[in-house]
Design a protein around this ligand. Sequence first.
Ligand SMILES: Cc1cc2nc3c(=O)[nH]c(=O)nc-3n(C[C@H](O)[C@H](O)[C@H](O)COP(=O)(O)O)c2cc1C
Length: 224
Amino acid sequence: MQYDDVIMGRRSIRGYLDKPVPRELIAEVLALAMRAPSSMNTQPWNFHVITGEPLARIRRGNTERTLAGEPDSREFRKGVPFAGVHRERQVDVAKQLFGAMGIERDDKDARQDWVLRGFRQFDAPVCVIITYDKVLEGSDDTPFDCGAVTTALVNAAWSRGLGCVINSQGIMQSPVVREHAGIPDDQVIMKAVALGWPDDSFPANAVVPPRKSVDEAATFVGFA
Ligand SMILES: Cc1cc2nc3c(=O)[nH]c(=O)nc-3n(C[C@H](O)[C@H](O)[C@H](O)COP(=O)(O)O)c2cc1C
């Protein structure tokens, strides 16, 4: 696959085939992803690649604790709730996804089911938990570097026919993830990536959220 095909073809995948992903293929994808640049080449990232029974336990614990009203214990800072144009984009992508899935605005049960799907990491056969070395906590470079490697990961996966969705829902209950994945205390949980073979019949997988234009995003200085 050419670079442009990967970049323009990739989209978040939220429905997966019930088909295992070979460990060697995931290792190959991770090796590609780790060509990502990082601040001073510190490579602060770690990957916990989980499948099978431990993943089932994480899904259960994450869902049950959240439904029981246990507060969100994610380890990254969230900032203020979205407003203005950011809120508009958030609402737009939700509308696109709900539209594709045929979920009506006032259908609370269907909306709840969708949210629960996220807590289960979209029932993907594999979940990759991205962590960083706690000793580097506090530097903005660290989450920046994790973002770089995670973007590289989803693109590398796509180039091999695999789909992913980066997600924060799957790590809503960090202690559960930590326990069942065996994540040591000297690592901070940053994000989850659901990974597997895309189910092309799953309607939300066809959603391609728009991007703002280069004119909106970029300021060119000193050009003719
Ligand atoms: C940091 C981050 C967190 C995300 N968390 C979630 C999530 O919890 N649930 C979800 O369905 N998608 C999540 N996404 C996926 C975004 O919604 C998606 O990347 C965005 O809408 C652009 O769509 P695309 O990936 O299909 O191009 C997340 C993406 C990022 C980068």
